[in-house]
Design a protein around this ligand. Structure first.
Ligand code: 1CP
Length: 352
């Protein structure tokens, strides 16, 4: 006979997963976007030892180590796999590298003919170290800590693939979408399928929840937002849930404004990650009544700390108390954030 499982070790008992499933959990579960990274001296040390950022992501022991670093310090309720949204272009065979002081760089993808050179059939093989890291994390995490897998949304990933890196206004990608919508749709369709494959592989390796980052969805008019952001996200959520109906999916349509409500109604996601500008009262009435909300502290309040941090965190707690809620930032943690301010925030949240 199998020994009885200790209370708290069943996946569904984890606070973070209960909140995503619609339960009002208090004090709320918490994790921070980009919780592993440069604001931690131990990350900088591991990063220096790895040399290249891509090597850090593709060496399972190192990816596991940097994922665990913020958990050792702060005891968040969820770990997020240490990787990057640009692993998918790498897995498709596009050349990706990270330049010190510049950020991500890619060999730009300029035409439908270039899309035909991508190799979705080789993605799982190229990214096998990522799945090995997920398996390693699953073995290393405390029973109460949930493991989040993630991917970039098709538009956000496409924007980097087309521009060849970061951009202020994404003109090349937007121009392609308006000038040749069928060709651009071909790239988005390929990314929908590759993203589903990549997320399913993370779930098979042990991820218990998924987050889809559409960091640049806020630049579109509403018609294009629906076509290039909402519809691809809906297809990804449906395809993942067709195989794993119990895996919660969080969407982060950053900058979607009032369109957050359509995303809540139509995407099929279990939770929405709110950017810093989403008004709290509106979000409680229009979004939290339908699903779990996550967010949305201004990362700059976390840099500043002190009374300003307490005030901003308390507003969010008051707004979302009584409904399904996960405390988080409205965007990734900044590299200048003092780790002591994260401790301050955690003390406030634990006492909520
Ligand atoms: O050491 C370094 O200099 C690398 C900095 C870094 C880090 C720590 C990059 C390069 N990526 C990451 C990790 C990362 N990226 C995680 C890890 C897990 C975590 O702890 O949260 C995640 C979830 C991401 C996701 C990501 N990468 C997004 C979506 C979220 C967001 O912040 O909007 C985006 C847009 C990227 C692209 C990217 N990769 C790296 C940088 C500096 C960027 C942003 C470039 C830009 O602003 O255009």
């Amino acid at each position: 006979m199998a020994p009885p499982r200790p209370v708290g070790s069943r996946p569904a008992d984890k606070k973070f997963l209960r909140a995503l499933r619609g339960e009002a959990v208090w004090p709320p579960p918490v994790w921070l976007m980009r919780q592993a990274g440069r604001y931690l001296p131990e990350y900088r040390a591991t990063r220096a030892a790895a040399g290249d950022f891509l090597d850090l992501c593709l060496t399972p022991e190192l990816a596991v180590e940097v994922t665990l670093q913020p958990l050792r310090r702060f005891g968040f309720d969820a770990a997020i796999l240490f990787s990057d949204i640009l692993m998918v272009p790498h897995g498709l065979g596009q050349k990706v590298w990270f330049e010190e002081g510049v950020g991500p760089r890619l060999e730009p993808l300029a035409s439908p003919a270039a899309v035909a050179t991508l190799e979705p059939q080789r993605l799982r093989e190229r990214l096998s170290p990522v799945f090995e890291a997920v398996r390693g994390l699953k073995a290393a995490l405390l029973a109460e800590t949930a493991l989040i897998g993630f991917a970039g949304a098709p538009w956000t990933v496409a924007s980097y693939m087309i521009e060849g890196g970061s951009s202020r206004d994404f003109q090349k990608g937007r121009a392609w979408a308006y000038g040749d919508p069928e060709g651009f749709q071909g790239l988005i369709d390929l990314l929908v399928e590759a993203t589903v494959d990549y997320l399913l592989a993370q779930v098979e390796a042990g991820a218990e929840a998924l987050q889809i980052f559409d960091s640049w969805s806020g630049i579109w008019p509403d018609s294009e937002f629906r076509r290039w952001c909402l519809e691809p996200a809906r297809r990804i959520v449906a395809a993942v849930k067709a195989v794993h109906p119990d895996i919660p999916v969080i969407l982060f349509p950053r900058g979607a404004g009032v369109l957050y409500r359509e995303v809540a109604e139509e995407s099929g996601a279990d939770a929405l990650s709110l950017d810093t500008t989403v008004p709290l009262d509106w979000a409680r009435a229009e979004l939290q009544s339908r699903l779990c909300v996550q967010g949305n502290l201004d990362p700059v309040a976390l840099i500043v700390g002190g009374a300003a941090l307490d005030r901003q965190a308390r507003r969010i707690l008051e707004a979302f108390r009584g409904g399904p809620f996960v405390f988080n930032l409205g965007h990734g943690i900044d590299k200048t954030t003092p780790p002591g301010h994260v401790e301050q925030l955690m003390a406030l949240l634990r006492a909520a």
